[in-house]
Design a binder for this molecule. Structure first.
Ligand code: UD1
Length: 420
């Protein structure tokens, strides 16, 4: 298994481009199942999770084509199977996103039940109950969610007990071809939900309220093909900015969107960074200063994202002062803490909060990545360490960060991939 070797102590300097957002590319790929016409998707990131979603479409008999500009064209009219097998679902829980589109367009779907994962049990009960409210018959047997509907799904008034991103996306996609109106209350307001909604509207869907907590979808008879460019990845953007702040650096990230990163940029200002923004770029300058500790509390958008707390834990570990990180979205998202403590950090876990006392520097050590964002935080810890850090199990990072070592090298980091 490949490892990343990092020799820390370098302040990041320079410019990089941000890729398309994984978390909107995945539902948009699933949405191609809603039409028999060709959908062209541009700005897809080159990530393992995207390959998994393309493979999942392939298993169903749909063959995505990559064109000369690396855009992907999906024509789902060749579909033969309506099932997402366990082998793929276990590597990527977002496979659940094909449930709504398959059910609403073909009247049947079987999706392996995602199990627990490194960050908690992550149930999909809200996806199931919402589709049942729209008239679907759903049984869970032999490890599969087996869903069917006689005729069409019916629009319904759905109140989501918890804010769920993929749950909102699944129901929104299902509602596009349902009979009548669906209202989703307590809907997720994440920018990726809005990006999916905008793509669906391009495909002919009648959706309003995306970006608010009430989304209204009026079902239409059919959707058509379109060409759609995926929005920039705000989590990738934030990760590089945090890495630059932790290393007292000065970087500019391009092809991104400052307007969807407000909670993160305001924390970076509290850390002591000077932030400048343009329409599609963000520049961060620490003027060589050590960061100050900050406290963050995760919650659904527009509050601070859970996908960025591990990176701030790494920053706090070498910051001036003591900061706390409170996780309210997932139950077990502190696996990186034990690895950071092995690198000399001073972090205590108290329930769903970690208290981080900043130290002068971390010491490189062999560490193991446990999930996608935890692995990003361990790379940041490696960048602020004296001597060498080796990060193992980096397949997690390849799921969500495009060419991470090349981009960090462009910023001056001493990082390389070592094949097994
Ligand atoms: C998505 C993102 C992930 C991000 C998360 C929270 C994708 C592909 N992934 O994951 O990167 O960390 O949002 O911003 O977009 N829950 C239930 N029942 C359900 C569904 C969810 O109890 O049926 C709970 C979850 O266990 C969790 C919370 O709701 O505690 C939020 O999870 P959710 O928003 O659904 O996360 P994902 O959509 O899986």
């Amino acid at each position: 298994m490949d490892r990343l070797l990092i020799n820390g102590g370098v302040s990041l300097e320079g410019e990089i481009r941000i890729a398309g957002a994984k978390n909107s590319a995945l539902p948009i790929l699933a949405a191609t199942l809603l039409t028999h016409e060709t959908v062209q998707i541009c700005n897809l990131p080159h990530l393992y999770d995207i390959t998994t979603m393309l493979e999942l479409l392939g298993c169903m008999g749909v063959q995505p084509i990559v064109d000369e500009k690396l855009n992907v064209e999906v024509d789902s009219s060749t579909i033969q199977h309506f099932s997402a097998p366990y082998e793929l679902v276990k590597t990527m829980r977002a496979s659940i996103l094909v449930l709504g589109p398959l059910l609403t367009r073909y009247g049947k779907a079987e999706v392996a039940l995602p199990g627990g994962c490194a960050i908690g049990s992550r149930p999909v009960n809200l996806h199931i109950s919402a589709l049942e409210a729209m008239g679907a018959t759903i049984v869970v047997e032999d490890g599969y969610i087996k869903a069917s509907i006689d005729g069409k799904l019916k629009g319904a008034h759905i109140f989501m007990d918890l804010v769920t991103v993929t749950g909102t996306e699944n129901v929104m996609m299902a509602a596009t071809l349902a009979e009548g109106q669906t209202v989703i209350e307590n809907a997720a307001r994440e920018p990726e939900v809005v990006d999916l909604a905008n793509c669906l509207v391009e495909m002919g869907a009648d959706i309003s309220g995306q970006g608010t907590d009430t989304i209204v979808v009026n079902g239409v008879d059919e959707l058509k093909g379109c060409s759609y460019s995926v929005m920039p990845d705000r989590i990738e953007t934030g990760t590089y900015l945090i890495a630059a702040a932790a290393t007292r650096g000065h970087i500019k990230v391009k092809d991104t969107r400052p307007d969807i990163l407000e909670s993160v940029l305001s924390k970076l200002e509290q850390v002591g960074a000077e932030i400048k923004v343009g329409e599609n770029w963000i520049e961060l300058d620490m003027h060589g200063q050590r960061p100050h500790s900050v406290s963050v509390r995760t919650a659904p958008y527009p509050a601070f994202p859970t996908d960025m707390q591990a990176q701030f834990t790494a920053l706090n570990s070498v910051a001036d002062g003591t900061g706390s990180i409170t996780e309210t979205v997932f139950e077990n998202r502190f696996m990186h803490v034990h690895e950071m403590n092995r690198m000399g950090a001073s972090i205590k876990v108290e329930g769903n909060t970690v208290i981080v006392e900043g130290v002068d520097a971390l010491k490189g050590a062999p560490v193991m990545a446990t999930d996608l964002r935890a692995s990003a935080s361990l790379i940041i810890a490696g960048l602020v360490s004296e001597n060498e850090t080796s990060v193992d199990r980096i397949y997690h990072i390849d799921r969500g960060y495009e060419c991470i070592e090349e981009k960090l090298q462009l910023l001056g980091a001493r990082i390389r991939r070592v094949p097994a």
